[in-house]
Design a protein around this ligand. Structure first.
Ligand code: ASP
Length: 449
């Protein structure tokens, strides 16, 4: 058994958090490759080291004195080193960073130092090898991640180290320039290392016990999701559920390596397993509910639209020409609606409407605003009768008017459009009908037995 374990910023924000991570790693010999993030927030109003680095670098390239800002960053690391009782000095590293900042080494270089330094501390603390990500994670000249080159070189390098720490978030471009992934990118590094190591499992340790059925801001204490497929995760993540970086599933997905989201502050909790496919039925028919507010719909009506070849293409090309991506296009016989992000659409609205008039000469054109989309996602829906019926009766009972329904062709999700103001109540109603009711029935069964 071989595991790659990634720890997020809040899991490594202080010496105390490092100790928790350390005991998790030491608890299993199979936890061989460790991917640290930069130190995150220790408390609510705290600042992540990555943000401190960005700011410090801005000051440096603005030609101002950045000594004080760099000192504050160093203090974050020194506090961890001292708290762990290590005899390690980052003096040389900080001298070099100072020097490189003065020379304008780039924002990417600046940000990457957060995980680089944390990696050095982690390796010293665990007694593992340190592998600089710049030597094993590669981007091409255009800054696009080079998966094949990385996999080849990284897998060779890992063979030489039974236990190693590889900092997350960055790699290098041809010529050695440091390049980072987008924010939260250590999740991607973990996945890349898991693929190269041919790991049995990619454990992603964070500060929540996995994915929840819905957003805890909308429903109090939602139930955790035990197992979710990559495809379900994509659907939910797209609609705003975020625990893991969007790109992080691809490297492991191609190798069928499961991801286990775990909580550093509650290591006994099993967390969420993210898998390719599973015969495990979701506990509540649905796997998750996610949604977003702030959509607009352009409703187009034209007699005999259905027999006009190219109608849809002409409409969509108007959106394309204005650089607006569409989210959903539910259609009827003589009607078609295009859902877009309101903020993206607003400023180009009149241009788009004029464009549609010119392109298809509609009989009627109307814009609806302030809509929310809710995705009810679940692999269990395909084989369960009445799922849509339950959703709609729950919404009817809650007095919520449904403005749009769209069942994805994968039968993995049902998308429902409601007005922004009904959004929270709608999510709660759907949660209650599937989860709360199920839990209630379960507890009643237990009592009657
Ligand atoms: N430290 C980086 C960030 O704050 C990357 C990461 O934590 O994954 O975005």
């Amino acid at each position: 058994m071989k595991k790659v374990v990634k720890f997020g910023g809040s899991s490594l924000a202080s010496a105390q958090q490092f100790q928790k991570a350390g005991s998790i790693i030491r608890a299993e010999k199979s936890r061989r490759y460790v991917i640290p993030s930069a130190p995150g927030k220790r408390f609510d109003k705290d600042i992540k080291v990555t943000d401190m680095l960005y700011e410090c670098y801005e000051t440096a390239i603005g030609g101002k004195n950045f000594d004080e800002k760099l000192k504050k960053i160093r203090e974050r690391y020194d506090e961890i080193i001292e708290g762990l009782g290590l005899t390690l000095s980052l003096e040389k590293e900080f001298e070099q960073i100072h020097d490189f900042f003065e020379k304008g080494a780039g924002r990417n270089y600046a940000a990457s130092r957060g995980e680089y330094l944390n990696g050095i501390i982690m390796a010293a603390y665990l007694g593992f090898d340190f592998i600089d990500a710049a030597e094993v994670i590669f981007f091409d000249d255009n800054g696009i991640f080079d998966a094949e080159k990385t996999n080849k070189i990284l897998s060779e390098r890992l063979k030489k180290s039974e236990y190693a720490v590889i900092p997350g978030f960055y790699g290098s471009m041809p010529g050695g320039k440091i390049k980072t992934f987008s924010r939260g990118g250590s999740d991607i590094t973990g996945s890349i290392v898991a693929r190269a190591a041919k790991a049995d499992m990619y454990e992603n340790w964070t500060d929540v016990s996995g994915f929840l059925v819905t957003d805890p801001h909308l429903v109090e204490n939602p139930e955790p999701i035990e197992t979710i497929t990559y495809r379900e995760l994509r659907e939910l993540a797209y609609m705003g559920a975020s625990v893991l970086h969007d790109e992080a599933i691809f490297p492991v997905r191609s190798e069928g390596i499961p991801i286990n989201i775990r909580n550093t502050n509650d290591p006994a909790a099993p967390g969420t397993m993210i898998v390719e496919s599973t015969c495990k039925k979701p506990k509540y028919t649905i796997t998750g509910i996610a949604g977003k507010q702030g959509f607009a719909a352009v409703n187009i009506e034209k007699d005999r639209m259905n027999s006009e070849i190219g109608f849809g293409r002409k409409v969509l090309s108007v959106f394309e020409d204005s650089g607006i991506s569409f989210e959903h296009i539910p259609s009827g016989i003589d009607t078609m609606s295009v859902f877009v992000h309101q903020s993206e659409f607003e400023e180009k609205e009149q241009k788009v409407l004029a464009g549609i008039h010119r392109a298809v000469r509609p009989d009627y054109l109307e814009v609806e605003s302030d809509l929310a989309l809710i995705a009810v996602v679940g692999r269990g829906m395909r084989s369960t009768r009445g799922t849509a019926g339950r959703i709609f009766s729950a919404l009817a009972h809650a007095n919520i008017n449904i403005r749009m329904i769209d069942q994805g062709s994968s039968e993995l999700n049902i998308i429902i459009g409601v007005s922004n103001e009904d959004f929270e109540a709608a999510v709660r109603a759907i949660y209650d009908i599937f989860v709360t009711l199920c839990l209630l029935e379960f507890s009643q069964n237990v009592i009657s037995k």
